[in-house]
Design a protein around this ligand. Sequence first.
Ligand SMILES: Nc1nc2c(ncn2[C@@H]2O[C@H](COP(=O)(O)OP(=O)(O)OP(=O)(O)O)[C@@H](O)[C@H]2O)c(=O)[nH]1
Ligand SMILES: [Zn+2]
Length: 187
Amino acid sequence: MNIKISNIANLPSKFGNLKIQSFQEGIKEHLVIFKEPLGQIPLVRIHSECLTGDALGSLKCDCGEQLEFALQNISSLGGMIIYLRQEGRNIGLFNKVNAYALQDQGFDTIEANHQLGFKSDERSYEVVETILEHFKIDKIRLLTNNPKKMSCLKNIMIIERWPIIIPSNNHNVDYLKTKKEMMGHLL
Ligand SMILES: Nc1nc2c(ncn2[C@@H]2O[C@H](COP(=O)(O)OP(=O)(O)OP(=O)(O)O)[C@@H](O)[C@H]2O)c(=O)[nH]1
Ligand SMILES: [Zn+2]
């Protein structure tokens, strides 16, 4: 895949003065949000888009709080968020809304995907290697609770995993239970 890379721009935010750069992979416009110095072994968060959680304050998942946790940490310690446009574990927003409607009927997050003919997780992480290579980064400390993400990065050494600790709420407790029991998340 041919990747187009934008210039770097300033992004002053409530978390501090960050930098932003876009990596365009076909129709997907990914983002890198970073704070220098990145250090020898940068702290990296690979975040998959969740419009409902990241922007609308949805309580159905932990995405918004994870993003905020990552922004706070990279702002104070230096590091990078790779924001991947893989909405709904890459089934897209339209299908995620249909999956949510199935969840309203009692299906869990995995079953709802299956009902719609998708795998439980349709994401891929190849572009992450391209992005990190561009920044000449080959070792990272990864902010994640998802062990699958660690084995997806073939050419990047993960020196350390930093957990993201977010308390559950009444709306996402079953979702988090499914992530832990069925998807192997370390919660
Ligand atoms: N299809 C679908 N996608 C969801 C649902 N809830 C959240 N997502 C998507 O799941 C992605 C986030 O994945 P998570 O499983 O929360 O976390 P992760 O990125 O695998 O792991 P962490 O690094 O620990 O956050 C985002 O793209 C969300 O839009 C859901 O019920 N159905
Ligand atoms: Zn979410």
